[in-house]
Design a protein around this ligand. Structure first.
Ligand code: GLC
Ligand code: MG
Length: 591
């Protein structure tokens, strides 16, 4: 075939003043094929110059997201919080933390997003509260055995003086999962469970009072007009009765996931049953969680429009994860098996098949995701030369650090594969700029509790959370207002070229690749299409057809010949092509 200059795809018109009501009840189950853009508020756009992104900052940048062509945004937590885990430690679920703004700022942001045709999903953190939450303070002030203590997971210690922990569980962030409290009279008291930091005590979800409060919290945000919730740690809320001791296998990621090979658990066409499940840790993926989400499903049904729940559940295999999205539970679950897959065509094919098959058994779409605020950005991760478990992060002394050029090339190809798959896709802020993981953050700047709780053994997740660059040539790359030099994590000195404005309109930039892919995805209905593998390519090639679009990706090093006959119009290439062959780490869409 010959390479033709590709015509610009039609960029879908962005409605300027579409009213909220036009988003409600469109009947198309929008979430089945939506591209959902994750905003990590503290690193997105800072309107007041305090170095922390905020809600007014988001509002001013919404036009650029509409231009990008996404369907919805998901905001990581902006509720009242002492910020010991960047807001995933909530002290008041029904208010905005002053560092992010006010409820009125939220309402304005929501209104503008809806006017632009962008849905809004907020992050809800139900597994634990902050230790600053009024419920926890009341629990500390109350006696053992009281209703206030029963809202959390308090236990007496073992041993004659109760000074041994109730069991051997280890926190996701390192160190023990238990913290001992001091009684009002100064004597040592009971212990409380915290899957994460000690500032994040776990709630007792067996307690109906807790369940009722969260129904109120859901209604609070639904009344304000949100389109749904991303549900934090949706696999951790129920613990096995008796809290038995448990030691995880060495290859388990901190959130309970392992390597993608182990996670699929499904040969195409074979529906693995529950008896084939791998052993379940006593604090992850307990069957009892499903009843909670059935209750939440009913609350969402009280509201008009299509509101959604999306599970953050690090559950394997996919056939088990599919239980989170049964028809009376959530609408979506993040596909971390896909995210965890290596840069390997055979592995990807298996995961893609396994995903579509597993979710199809419950009538749910598959989702796809490559990056978020908890994992090494895919422009770096895909070129890592050493194993890196989820949550560990990378820093200057990590083994097998990635070649940034190879990483970005693979990331662009990986995104070109992902955005052509049927189902819903998640994009994490900054990946549309090709941002790498920031590896060389000074130790003194790191803030992830993982860094502290592992005595600096694990770098943690700060490297994917650095404030994103908007414009070249300003001290914060336009993250903050003019004149501001503040950024809660330092930005690298060489990001001018990666800034959004530097990439705007530049044909081969990563930003334009994302825009083009998103516009074509919508034009050709790829999100609602059907995947059909194309046979005849070597083992290092991904080749499929979806709604008439042919996608070929070369994950190997040997150039791959493109079809001599058949589709001829080049819609998109992840790298500029000079000859009719697909070089290493490159993807192409053909019509
Ligand atoms: C989820 C969040 C992560 C947070 C943890 C505890 O995994 O994505 O950022 O640290 O929950 O809330
Ligand atoms: Mg600010």
């Amino acid at each position: 075939m010959t390479i033709e200059t590709s015509p610009d795809p039609e960029t879908p018109e962005v409605p300027e003043t579409e009213a909220v009501s036009t988003l409600i009840g469109t009947g198309g189950e929008w979430w089945r094929s939506a591209v959902i853009y994750q905003i990590y508020p503290r690193s997105f756009s800072d309107s007041d110059g305090d170095g922390i992104g905020d809600l007014p900052g988001i509002t001013t940048r919404l036009d650029s997201l509409a231009e990008l062509g996404i369907d919805a945004i998901w905001l990581s937590p902006f509720m009242t919080s002492p910020q010991h885990d960047a807001g995933y430690d909530v002290a008041d679920y029904c208010d905005v933390d002053p560092i992010f703004g006010t409820l009125a700022d939220f309402d304005l942001m929501l209104e503008k997003a809806h006017a632009l045709g962008i849905r809004v999903i907020v992050d809800l953190v139900p597994n634990h509260t902050s230790w600053d939450h009024a419920w926890f303070k009341e629990a500390l002030a109350a006696a053992p055995g009281s209703p206030e203590r029963d809202r959390y997971m308090f236990r007496d210690g073992k041993g004659p003086n109760g000074d041994e922990m109730p069991n051997n569980w280890e926190s996701v962030f390192g160190g023990p999962m238990w913290e001992r409290v001091t009684n009002p009279d100064g004597t040592p008291g009971q212990w409380y469970l915290h899957i994460f930091d000690k500032s994040q005590p776990d709630l007792n979800w067996e307690n109906p009072w807790v369940r009722e409060r969260f129904h109120d919290i859901l209604r609070f945000w639904l009344d304000r007009g949100v389109d749904g919730f991303r549900v934090d740690v949706a696999h951790g809320m129920i613990k096995e009765a008796g809290l038995p001791d448990y030691t995880p296998p060495a290859d388990a990621g901190s959130m309970g996931g392992g390597t993608a090979d182990a996670l699929v658990g499904l040969e195409p066409g074979i529906d693995a049953d529950a008896s084939a499940d791998p052993p379940t840790p006593p604090y992850w993926a307990q069957d009892g969680v499903h009843d909670i989400f059935r209750g939440w499903h009913s609350v969402l049904e009280e509201y008009e429009g299509e509101r959604v729940l999306c599970a953050e559940a690090w559950v394997e295999p996919l056939t088990k994860l599919a239980r989170w999205v049964r028809p009376d539970e959530m609408q979506q679950a993040f596909n971390f098996t896909y995210l965890s897959a290596g840069w390997d065509a055979a592995e990807l094919r298996t995961v893609i098949d396994g995903s579509i098959a597993a979710f199809a058994t419950v009538g749910a779409p598959s989702t796809w995701v490559l990056s978020n605020h908890d994992v090494v950005r895919h422009a770096s991760r895909l070129a890592l030369e050493a194993e890196n478990l989820q949550g560990a992060g990378i820093g200057p002394n990590s083994p097998g650090l990635p070649d940034p050029v190879v990483g970005l090339r693979r990331a662009r190809a990986a995104t070109s594969i992902m955005l052509a798959l049927p189902g819903s896709a998640y994009v994490y802020q900054g990946e549309e700029l090709g941002l790498p993981e920031v590896i060389d953050l000074p130790d003194s700047a790191r803030q992830d509790p993982t860094w502290f709780r592992t005595d600096h053994e694990k770098y943690g997740r700060d490297g994917c959370r650095v404030p994103i660059p908007w414009e070249a040539g300003s001290p914060t790359y336009g993250f903050g207002p003019a004149g501001s030099t503040a950024s809660w994590l330092p930005q690298p000195g060489d990001w001018d070229e990666l800034a959004r404005a530097s990439q705007e309109g530049v044909a081969d930039s990563t930003l334009e690749l994302y825009k083009r892919a998103l516009a074509l995805r919508s034009l050709h209905g790829l999100g609602t299409g059907t995947l059909e593998w194309i046979p005849g390519y070597g083992p290092e090639v991904i080749a499929f057809r979806n709604n008439g679009v042919t996608v070929i990706a070369n994950l190997g090093q040997t150039p791959v010949e493109l079809p001599a006959e058949g589709p001829g119009e080049v819609l998109l290439t992840s790298e500029p092509l000079n000859e009719p062959a697909l070089p290493a780490d490159t993807a192409i869409w053909l019509l």
